[in-house]
Each structure stands twice: as structure tokens, then as C-alpha cells.
Design a protein around this ligand. Structure first.
Ligand code: G4P
Length: 521
């Protein structure tokens, strides 16, 4: 039976340490998906499932891999898609954000808008995803609420439209003024925030000591915001001009229920999607989905390949035979999983907005479409401009076959871009990355997963432009320029620096030299 409950599919974007893991736990706790905080992400000495499955990730305390957490709330189903935690993975982030309908931007009240938050926000803006802002850690001293609003406006250009306003300054979190009802939502602290924090709604005229003074200050600022026109406007929010703001303490579970309500009430539901040929798929049409992430090595014992797909339209049922748009071949979905951290459960059915993990998906690549019924193919996920280049060679020549297989696999997963040219031959492909940490992932996985040690040698290029076969011929032999072909067929001209890219473009006006979206740091 298809599950007809409405969906909300979103991701949390934040700078490391802003409280994403804590918020994720708190959301799941509120939704009663798990009974004890700490069971979703394992960090520090928190035990439980771990989304960071690579040893390297654990050491760094960041999450490179992504999956989705699903839970029911009110009469809805909420999908929280995990985003990679490092800016080097902006390409990866972009792919993940192609699978969500909205994003929650989590800001540390003490730190304001940090570089990673800004970067991730830019990715959201590029994708046109509406953004809800949560000011976290209000239980700790930090910037003033008005200061934070100014920062948001200045740094990201979105008009902040607070839905709640804090009662008590940062470090003295008593509750919030619900700007829609005018009520005081008073919080009560609980030990460690381990259970649902109690909230009491108090009418505007009934606020008593010891909160009266903090309340009066909140009311005054709320009126200022009103005069300034900083009120929520659903149309402008969906158009990406404004961001609703709320104040929270993920650690104390303050504001978490409000965030869930806000997601249900304001965040967009899955909508119609247009394919490359202009055909539009409504969510109620036949099943279709697109792959936004491919991952292997979850289980070292057997090299299983998992393709995460977002259901775009229709209902998915396990066992369905779907068509793989890229090859036209059938793909049997005998096994499908929901994955979050190390928890996997078998998926029997899924609806538009849900994330499914397709097992044994060796033919599926990032950006691929699968469907039933009339054919549809969704636009490919764009690649970002690589800014770091290395030639790779097998560290142990006796393991060249494994080396080759490993490179191919990592290429298909989109871990790095793999470039080749006739001149360089096939033995030493050039690996191109948006951020240098991608090479660490390659090294780690080649060594541990493919048992094929890899040697890198740095190439002195910094800039890549898209060109074509004509460009490759025209630019051959020019110093400081090299044209290579990516495994998807795209020709990339690499330049030692911006200046060389500029002068080459000037000297060869007939050669196609197109900038790629910037994603690097
Ligand atoms: P991340 O996933 O965004 O990297 O952040 P994470 O949730 O791990 O939180 C980073 C630190 O901030 C943690 O402290 C966490 O307890 C704390 N934190 C998160 N939300 C809040 C909040 O609302 N208020 C306060 N005061 N702290 C918050 P830690 O000491 O690094 O780790 P832990 O030992 O507490 O786990």
C-alpha cells in the first residue's frame, strides 16, 4: 500500500561544531524515532550508531558520507538527508542538496556566520532551495539577536524574518516570543536535555516575574522587527528572498519541536520535476528517481555498491523492475534499504521525497535516472571546477589491476574527477579535485579498500575550463596549458594560473573555454 502521508525532505547545513549532530538527535528524539539521545550519531564518547564509517572520518570528527534519516511527525513523513561536513566536498554537498526540497541553516549564536556555513548556503542559493535559519546554542553567551539578523542580511543577502524571538539574551534562554501568536513559549530545563523539554505557552499579558523584564525587551524588539517589515512572507521565502529564523538550543531541546512544526507548515513539499527533454513528471505520476550518491565499502566483507536515490515521482515498491535511463536496461530492485549511520532497514515502499538505497547497483552512477512507465531522464548534477590536480600511479606495480579497478570505482562514485589524455597514457591518470581533502579519501580507500597503494605527484595547475575536441587540438603544445578528457567525455583545459587562462582565451578567441561552477575554497 502506498503511504500517502505528505513528505518533507530537507538537509541541515552548518559549520562543524554548530550542533548539527545534536540537532539531528534532538529532531529524531522529538519524533520519537529513537528513544535515547545519542543513538543517531556517535561523536566523542557518545555511543551508538555512527554515521562516520571511515576511520579517517572518525579521527577528524567529520562526516563525509551521507544518508538519510526518516521519521514520522504529526501526519507527515520527514526525511533528513545528511550533508558532508567539509567544504572540500562541495561537489558532494551539491549532489546531496539536489535531493532535498529545503535546507535548515544552523548558526552558532556565539560565532555568527562561519565560512563553511556561507559556502554551503551558496550551494543552496545555486540550487534555489529555500533556507530556514536556526540560531543554535542560545543557552550560551553569544552575539545579540539583532546583531545576528544584521549578519545574516549582510553576509548572505537574505532578509531574515524571525518567527520566534528569544526571551532572555544569549546565555539566559528563558523561552521565545512566538511572533505569529504573540505568546511567550517558556522553556523548562531538563537534565542534559535527554527528554523532551517541557514548554508552556503564556498569553502576552500574563508574563510574570522573573521573566517580565526579559519579556518586555523581547516585545520591544519584536515591534521593531514589525516596523522594519521583517515578517514572514511565504511567497518570498519560497522564492529564496527571505529566510524564516528561529532560536534554539539543540542541546537543551529548546525550539526543536518548533522547528519540526515549521518544516511541516512552511517548507515546500516535493513538487513536479522537469526532465532534460522538457517533459514534466508530477509527484503522482509513475515512479521515477534519480541517483544523487553512490557509495561502496559500507561492508568490507563483500564489496557492495549502494546507490542512494531520491524518489521524484510515484511510489516505489521493493522488487519493482525499473528502467535505467542511461542504458535503457532494466534494473531489478530486489533489495532496497534505508540507511542512516550504520542502521540499515529494508525498504518495502517509498514515495516521492523519500531516499532509497539501492543495493547491488553496480550499473548506476551519480546523476542517473531510473523510472517506470514513460521514459524520463533528469538533468545531470553539474560538476564543479577542480582546482587541485595530481597524477596517480600504482604504488605497487604488481597490483596495477586493483589500482585500475579502484580508480574506476572512485571515479564512478564521484570521489574525484579522473582525467586522461593520449599523451599521458592510461597508466597515470590525472585526478582532479575541488578540495585537497578528496585526495586523502582516495588514498585511504585505495589502500584499505582496494589494497592498491597509490602514489600522487602534484601537477602545477590551478584553473580548469571546459573546452571541446577543437580546443584540445588548438591548445596542444602551448606552455602552461594542457587539455585532458574527463571520463564523462568532457574536455578540460588546465592552466597554471588565472592569468594564463585569461591570456589563452584572449589569444584564441575561437576556442571554447567555458568556466565551470566554482566550488572550491
Ligand atoms: P556538529 O555535528 O555540527 O559538528 O556539532 P555537534 O552536534 O557535535 O556539537 C558540537 C558541540 O556543541 C558539542 O559539544 C555539543 O554538545 C555542543 N552543542 C550543540 N548544540 C548545543 C547547544 O544548543 N548548546 C550548547 N551549549 N552546546 C551545544 P562538545 O563538547 O564538542 O561535544 P560533547 O562532548 O558535548 O558531545
Amino acid at each position: 500500500m502506498p503511504d500517502s502521508r505528505p513528505r518533507r525532505t530537507f538537509a541541515v547545513i552548518s559549520h562543524p561544531d554548530a550542533g548539527k549532530s545534536t540537532l539531528t538527535e534532538a529532531l529524531a528524539l522529538h519524533a520519537r524515532a529513537i528513544n535515547e539521545a545519542g543513538a543517531v550519531h556517535g561523536k566523542g564518547d557518545r555511543r551508538g550508531t555512527v554515521s562516520d564509517w571511515m576511520a579517517m572520518e572518525k579521527a577528524r570528527g567529520i562526516s563525509i558520507t551521507s544518508a538519510a534519516l526518516q521519521f514520522a511527525y504529526r501526519d507527515h513523513v520527514v526525511n533528513l538527508v545528511d550533508t558532508p561536513g567539509h567544504s572540500d566536498f562541495s561537489e558532494d554537498t551539491y549532489r546531496v542538496l539536489s535531493a532535498v526540497d529545503s535546507a535548515v541553516m544552523l548558526v552558532d549564536a556565539g560565532k555568527g556566520l562561519e565560512p563553511q556555513t556561507l559556502k554551503l548556503f551558496q550551494v543552496c542559493a545555486l540550487r534555489g532551495i529555500p533556507v530556514i535559519t536556526v540560531i543554535n546554542k542560545w543557552d550560551r553567551p553569544g552575539l545579540s539577536a539583532l546583531e545576528l539578523m544584521d549578519l545574516i542580511h549582510e553576509k548572505i543577502g537574505l532578509r531574515p524574518t524571525p518567527l520566534t524571538w528569544p526571551v532572555g539574551e544569549a546565555g539566559d534562554f528563558r523561552g521565545v516570543l512566538d511572533r505569529r501568536t504573540g505568546e511567550f513559549v517558556k522553556y523548562t530545563r531538563t537534565a542534559g536535555g535527554a527528554t523532551r523539554a517541557p514548554e508552556r505557552r503564556i498569553g502576552p499579558g500574563e508574563v510574570e516575574e522573573p521573566d517580565a523584564q526579559a519579556w518586555a525587551a523581547a516585545v520591544e524588539e519584536h515591534e521593531l522587527l514589525e516596523l522594519d517589515g521583517a515578517d514572514h512572507d511565504q511567497r518570498r521565502f519560497l522564492a529564496g528572498a527571505t529566510t524564516p529564523v528561529m532560536f534554539a538550543s539543540a542541546l537543551q531541546n529548546f525550539g526543536v519541536a518548533q522547528l519540526l512544526d515549521l518544516l511541516l507548515d512552511l517548507a515546500p513539499a516535493p513538487g513536479a520535476t522537469t526532465g532534460v527533454d522538457g517533459a514534466v513528471r508530477q509527484v503522482t505520476d509513475d515512479f521515477s528517481a534519480f541517483v544523487f550518491k553512490v557509495q561502496s565499502g559500507m561492508n568490507a566483507a563483500h564489496r557492495d555498491r549502494l546507490a542512494y536515490a531520491r524518489v521524484v515521482s510515484g511510489s516505489f515498491e521493493r522488487g519493482m523492475v525499473v528502467t535505467h535511463a542511461a542504458t535503457g536496461r532494466p534494473f531489478a530492485t530486489k533489495f532496497a534499504q534505508a540507511v542512516f549511520g550504520r542502521e540499515t532497514t529494508s525498504v518495502e515502499t517509498a514515495e516521492a521525497g523519500d531516499i532509497i538505497g539501492l543495493v547491488n547497483a553496480n550499473a548506476l552512477r551519480v546523476g542517473d535516472t531510473v523510472y517506470v512507465g514513460p521514459s524520463i531522464e533528469y538533468p545531470p548534477v553539474p560538476t564543479f571546477a577542480p582546482e587541485h590536480f595530481m597524477t596517480a600511479s600504482a604504488g605497487d606495480i604488481g597490483r596495477y589491476k586493483q589500482f585500475r579497478r579502484g580508480i574506476e570505482q572512485l571515479d564512478q562514485e564521484g570521489v574525484v574527477q579522473v582525467l586522461r589524455s593520449d599523451l599521458r597514457g592510461d597508466q597515470n591518470p590525472v585526478l582532479a579535485a575541488v578540495g585537497p581533502m578528496q585526495f586523502e579519501v582516495v588514498e585511504d580507500r585505495m589502500t584499505n579498500e582496494f589494497n592498491a597503494p597509490i602514489r600522487f605527484s602534484r601537477l602545477d595547475y590551478q584553473v580548469a575550463r571546459r573546452t571541446d575536441a577543437g580546443g584540445a587540438a588548438a591548445l596542444a603544445g602551448i606552455r602552461g596549458v594542457e587539455v585532458l578528457q574527463r571520463s564523462d567525455g568532457t574536455h578540460l583545459a588546465l592552466f597554471v594560473d588565472q592569468w594564463r587562462a585569461k591570456t589563452t582565451a584572449r589569444d584564441h578567441p575561437d576556442v571554447m573555454l567555458e568556466a565551470l561552477p566554482a566550488g572550491g575554497s
